[in-house]
Design a binder for this molecule. Sequence first.
Ligand code: ARG
Length: 458
Amino acid sequence: MTKLWGGRFAKPTAELVRQFNDSLRFDLRLYNEDIDGSKAWATAHVATGVLTADEAVTIHHGLEQVRAEIASGTFTVAAGDEDVHTAVERRLTELVGSVGGKLHTGRSRNDQVATDFRLWTKRACGDVLAHLRTLQHALITHAEAHAAVPLPGYTHLQHAQPVTWGHWLLSHFWPLVRDAQRFEQALAQADESPLGAGALAGTAFPIDRAALAAELGFGRASPNSLDAVSSRDFAADFLYASAMLGLHLSRLAEQLILFSTTEFGFVRLDDAYSTGSSLMPQKKNPDTLELTRGKSGRLLGHLLALLTTLKGLPSSYDKDLQEDKEPVFDAYDNLLIILPVMSGVIETLTIRPERMAAQLEPNLLATDLADYLVKRGLPFREAHHAVGEVVQLGEQTNTPITELSTAALQAIHPLFGADVAEVLTVEYALAQRRATGGTAPEAVAEQLAAAKKLLGSA
Ligand code: ARG
């Protein structure tokens, strides 16, 4: 089988070069989009007079047959099938005869691949968004079920102030809302049809590009042929959205790994979502979470790889652009397993409120003790200093600050009263933070309602 572009060559391509150049092994997965694009192109050529209506029907039928062969695994690759575009056209021509050779009129693989890849990326964004929604739903359900369970909140991974499990878990919901917006943005960027841009300078046939774009479900046709075959901004947008999502899931995974350690013991992973050790019989390892954390590395890397490929390119199409697909495919494939795994982890996660309660030591309430003095008129800076002394006294006398006598407190500052004990409870500390986004039961309820509304599940 001769190559589609073999006419001007006196020698065959070296085998090594063929292997280096070919992309069929990874771009065959664009076959549906390639066939959809070709069918629309054939339809557009009825209007230009290049194809008769009958010829377009013949081409459509042939393309559907190629689709069925690839889908069923009966398609055989021939020598000379460089990429999905050449493979589909070669097989079409075998099936329908020389009319198949009319299909490529006024078109180039340059506008073809950009079209296919945009169509694919649009669908990929939709798939990721659907899985993301499921995970968001799992987070909301779990957060609601344990909305008021108190645990220590951390800064610098040191005890800071009490929070609740529902509040903490929702802190991992909101980043995913922003991730969803980024995927929607990537979808909107991909929603532009390059078809009809030709190799670089446009097509010499009177194609109605707007109608063609609409036929393929694109929102618009690209306004400049050079930019149309050159731009992979939409792929970079997809990879940025993937990198940020990977990063967020990695942080959630990291914290759940920490919380599942013997030392913390705040959560238990379900047996179905953990794995064992081949040597140590007692082990239950959070491999699901570790892989989520680990795979974020490649998600970040793919973004950098594509940006680096793009940065030095002269205008229009360069073969470097063939490097655009594998990072995007790999990011997609990984997200489509990471997301359902994380949903399963959250849906089956058990929390251990007694272990959280055991860590609720009185120093977590030091800020509330300072606020107590502020409410009695003391400037916050002075209150902060006084409570610092209280904490020091507690440490020196090995007494929790909640058990220091009123007299001992008053010796540090006269504004301390006998009612301090009322303030120094976790419930009180949580309940004080009523402002939007805080830990008070009504604020958490408000947050849950907002999260549900956003997901359309309220
Ligand atoms: N396989 C190529 C790619 O992925 C298709 C476009 C090739 N165009 C060309 N003029 N060689 O980018």
